[in-house]
Design a protein around this ligand. Sequence first.
Ligand SMILES: [Mg+2]
Length: 171
Amino acid sequence: MISKFKPSWMFQDIYHVSPEFLAGNHIKYILTDLDNTLIPWNQSDGSAKLADWLREMKKYGIKVIVVSNNSYSRISQALTDYDVAFVSRALKPLTFGINRAINQYSLSRKETVMIGDQLLTDVFSANNSGVNSILVKPLVNNDGWTTWFNRFLERFVFQLLKKKYSDIHWQ
Ligand SMILES: [Mg+2]
């Protein structure tokens, strides 16, 4: 059961995820969470740094698709300045949104990675969909979605993973 929460890799943030790393692991497609992964949950849009990162991915032919539980209007507002496809109301931790992106864009699961800041939604849904996963640290700590209980649960699962797997470390 705990293996369902194990990320394939862990990075400080998306900016540490490079085209070279992805190519080295035969990844061509990125599905990514929005809030606290690409953009702080309490901001309406992204940064110049995000624009650079997206440009870099495009240059190397890596397709980026946002898969978010948030609403169509929140996501389209946040991504106004970027040319990025997205799936809204993804229903993570269920696999619905990831599968929709995979089918809609004809992605190969082995060549796809889901990036997100939550073990319980992003990583869990990725593992259940048969795609790779990258856990990143949340961009801001004081996020809106989390209740005290969710944070507690997330920390608990992380401790279990650290106990069980020797390769749990931030790159
Ligand atoms: Mg998030």
